[in-house]
Design a protein around this ligand. Sequence first.
Ligand code: SAM
Length: 212
Amino acid sequence: MRQRHKPWADDFLKDNTHLIVPDAKSKRGKWRNMFGNNKPIYVEIGTGKGQFITGMAGQHPDINFIGIELAKSIIVMAGSKVKDAKRDNVLLLHEDAADLNELFAENEISLIYLNFSDPWPKKRHAKRRLTFHTFLSQYQHILQPEGEIVLKTDNQGLFEYSLVSLSQFGLELTEVKLDLHGAEDSENIMTEYEEKFSAKGQQIYRCRAQFS
Ligand code: SAM
C-alpha cells in the first residue's frame, strides 16, 4: 500500500491511545479487559486504511475487532476512519504480525482475517507470505480450538499457494470462492484493495479455513 509521510501521524497516535493501543505487547492475555466485555475477538492482519474493520465492526456489534498494521502513515488513516464512525468495538495495533505470539495469549482470538496480503511472488520470499507455515503455527497458538482464518485476495498465485499451505497444515477448507463478486453476498464488506481491483474487473478469491 502506498505510504505518504503524514506530518500529523505522531500527534494522532499520541492523542488516540484509547484506539491505537501503545505498548500492545503488555496487553497480551488482557484484550477482553481492554474491551471491557467477554465478546469474541476477531483480528485483521494488515488492516490498511481501515475500511473493512470499520464496516465489520458496524455490521457485528457483538464481536470485538483488532486491526494490526505495520505502517504508521497507514494505521493513522484507519484510526481516523474508526474514530469518525464512533466504533467502540475496534482497537488498532501499530505492530508487526510476525510478533503475534507476543501480542496475544493462547486461545485469545476466535478468527483471523487476511485481506489482500502482500503476495511475495518470488519463491525465495515464500516465508514472508502470511500463510507460510510459520505464520500458521502462530495463528494456531493464539486461536481458540476450531478457530478460523478467512482470506481474500485478487492474487491467484497467493490464493493457490494458501489453499495448499492451509490444507497441508491440517486446516479444513470450509469455503473456497473463485469469484466472490460473481455471486450475491450482501454481507461482504469490501476492503480498499478489493474495491480498487474489482473496479478493474479483477476476480476476487476468498477462502475460509478451520483448525480442528
Ligand atoms: N487489507 C488492506 C486492503 O485490503 O485494502 C491493505 C492491503 S495492503 C496490500 C497490505 C497491508 O498489510 C499494508 O498496509 C501493509 O503495511 C500491511 N502489512 C504488511 N506486512 C505486515 C505485517 N507483517 N504486519 C502488519 N501489517 C503488515
